[in-house]
Ligand binder design. Structure first.
Ligand SMILES: *[C@@H]1O[C@H](CO)[C@@H](O)[C@H](O)[C@H]1NC(C)=O
Ligand SMILES: *[C@@H]1O[C@H](CO)[C@@H](O)[C@H](O)[C@H]1NC(C)=O
Length: 197
């Protein structure tokens, strides 16, 4: 009886050891990939996430959590800083957008989506610790209208990656606004050919 069970139990033992070895190896590999690869880390230091102006003067953009860069499916989060006088293009997109002003102050310009063109925009003062949402498809522009201070905002959008339609001015018909896709910060990582849109 002892001899009969001796072999199988030793075999089971070595299988168990082998599995434990595999598990510890996998855990170590995962831990090292988490600490070495910013993209898959659970907690990331925003100061070490790539920042760029993407060719736009006065802008600093950081994709904190993005569709093309981090595989986000439902929302995307940006940290954007506008130097005094700089502004976004006049644009619209068919996603929800939430802003939280972290520093500075400025102006939100909001056009109409019910006319054939944005029209004379409504102007709203935005300021540190204020928040606002831009309704889906409403043409808008955010402007650091302050002379001295940077305007820094956390921006959250739904349905990423964003498809932006850009207007030359507030009188340009909605149908003439030009699609920019992928948008500047999505271009680098985007692998799909452009003519498949
Ligand atoms: C985050 O990164 C910045 C820039 O590299 C560094 O100065 C800071 O100490 C980091 N913070 C932590 C908590 O590691
Ligand atoms: C923003 O408002 C919240 C709620 O009143 C407050 O707790 C927080 O301290 C404010 N932050 C700043 C930077 O003023």
């Amino acid at each position: 009886m002892g001899k009969m069970s001796g072999l199988p139990s030793r075999a089971a033992h070595s299988v168990l050891h082998f599995l434990l070895f595999l598990a510890s190896f996998a855990a170590a590999a995962q831990a090292s990939s988490r600490s070495s690869n910013q993209g898959s880390a659970v907690v990331r230091n925003i100061s070490t996430i790539p920042e760029s102006n993407y060719g736009r003067g006065g802008l600093s953009h950081i994709t904190i959590a993005g569709a093309v860069s981090h595989g986000m499916k439902e929302v995307e989060v940006w940290l954007q800083t506008f130097s005094p006088g700089s502004r976004t293009p006049i644009h619209r997109h068919s996603c929800e957008e939430v802003f939280v002003v972290l520093k500075g102050k400025g102006t939100l310009l909001l056009g109409s989506s019910s006319l054939k063109y944005p029209g004379q925009p409504e102007e709203f003062s935005i300021y540190s610790n204020s928040t606002f949402t831009v309704p889906v498809n409403d043409p808008h522009q955010v402007w650091n209208s302050d002379e001295y201070e940077d305007l820094q905002m956390l921006v959250i959008i739904s349905r990423p990656p964003v498809k932006v339609f850009i207007y030359d001015d507030w009188n340009m018909p909605h149908t003439a606004a030009k699609l920019k896709f992928p948008y500047y910060w999505d271009e680098e990582c985007f692998s799909q050919p452009k003519d498949e849109l």
